[in-house]
Design a protein around this ligand. Structure first.
Ligand code: NDP
Length: 327
């Protein structure tokens, strides 16, 4: 049998963690043949609650779960880590300004970046789910200069999946028949869901839906879906965010299908006019554990304008954390 892969998950006592850990242990992320070691990082005061989650992980008797350890020490958490899933983040409190949020998370993600650089395995791949995810990934990467840039990523797969679901519903097609969806930019309300290259059952999506629907309904519904779920459920989306995190890592490691791509936030080298160094969402294909940005796509004029606005937001976040000394 394969030797276990070490997966470090931060914020494991949180809502997303409660879904994510069980999906990983079940083999949904790395496959039914791959044993996993879970290493869970939490803040000190959440460790007692995390013990309950660990008891449930044991009680699920997952054949692939080789071990579960918990700690409040990042140096211990990332020791030998092959995957770092950075879920824990400081939520925006009442009356908290964006600058306060960036500062609180800057401290968390810089410390974790340093621990990753010092402790993680050579194979380390980092996925940031905790918000503001793109900028948190940028901070972690800056704190780990010896780790190759392409190992850092942030989650926009949930936005991608939400876009698939909306287009599927509109066209009365199963999601599995839709290919080449794109989400560009920041994981925020400025994100840019783009159907202009999407195929529905092999047919161009733009032949099946009108521009009015795309602009007036599709884009805002996808971009504001998080708020709609909070409104309906009284709590933010957790199961779908965990599921998207599993999808993101699975695509990265196991590859994307030959005739399709996915959306991932990765460090720009200037592709599609996104300034070098920003962590932005792009269409990517993955194979052999590496991603590459799909190149040569024509960018629709509406998409271009929205992407420029989203990139401006990313640049403003970068400038703010630079001012705080994290870059
Ligand atoms: P959740 O598990 O619901 O969310 C965790 C993070 O994921 C948040 O930053 C959240 O952002 C983000 N997120 C990304 N996409 C989504 C989405 N679609 N829906 C909801 N959230 C999304 O938060 P909890 O408060 O339940 O749990 C966080 C845990 O992290 C706590 O147990 C806390 O103790 C821990 N933590 C651990 C740290 C560490 O290990 N060093 C540091 C900080 C916190 P948003 O806030 O925008 O919803």
């Amino acid at each position: 049998a394969a030797s276990p892969v070490t997966i470090t998950v931060t914020g494991g006592a949180g809502q997303i963690g409660y879904q994510l850990l069980f999906r990983i242990a079940a083999g949904d992320m790395l496959g039914a043949e791959q044993p996993v070691r879970l290493r869970i990082l939490e803040v000190q005061q959440a460790l007692p609650a995390l013990e309950g989650v660990v008891m449930e992980l044991h009680d699920a008797a997952f054949p692939l779960l080789a071990s579960v350890d918990t700690t409040a020490d990042a140096a211990v958490a990332f020791e030998g880590a092959d995957h770092a899933l950075l879920v824990g983040a400081r939520p925006r409190g009442k009356g908290m300004e964006r600058g306060d949020l960036l500062a609180a998370n800057g401290a968390i993600f810089a410390a974790q970046g340093r621990a990753i650089q010092e402790r993680a395995s050579e194979r380390i791949r980092i996925t940031v789910t905790g918000n503001p995810a793109n900028t948190n990934a940028l901070i972690a990467a800056a704190a780990a200069p010896d780790v190759p840039r392409e190992r850092f990523s942030a989650l926009t797969r949930l936005d991608h999946n939400r876009a698939l679901a909306q287009l599927a519903a509109r066209t009365g097609t199963p999601v599995g028949d839709i290919r080449r969806m794109i989400v560009w930019g920041n994981h925020s309300a400025t994100q840019v869901p783009d159907v202009t290259h999407a195929l529905v059952g092999g047919e161009p999506a733009i032949d099946l839906v009108d521009r009015e629907w795309v602009k007036g309904e599709f884009v805002p519904t996808v971009a504001n879906r998080g708020a709609a779920i909070i409104e309906a459920r009284g709590a933010s989306s957790a199961a779908s965010a965990a599921s998207a995190t599993v999808d993101h890592v699975r695509s990265w490691v196991q590859g994307t299908p030959a005739d399709d791509w996915t959306s991932m936030s990765v460090v720009s080298r200037g592709e599609y006019g996104v300034p070098e160094g920003l962590v932005s969402s792009f269409p990517v294909t993955c194979s052999d554990g590496r991603w590459s940005i799909v190149d040569g796509l024509a960018v629709d004029a509406d998409v271009r304008a929205q992407l420029d606005a989203s990139v401006a937001e990313l640049a403003a976040e970068r400038d703010a954390v630079r001012e705080l000394g994290y870059l």
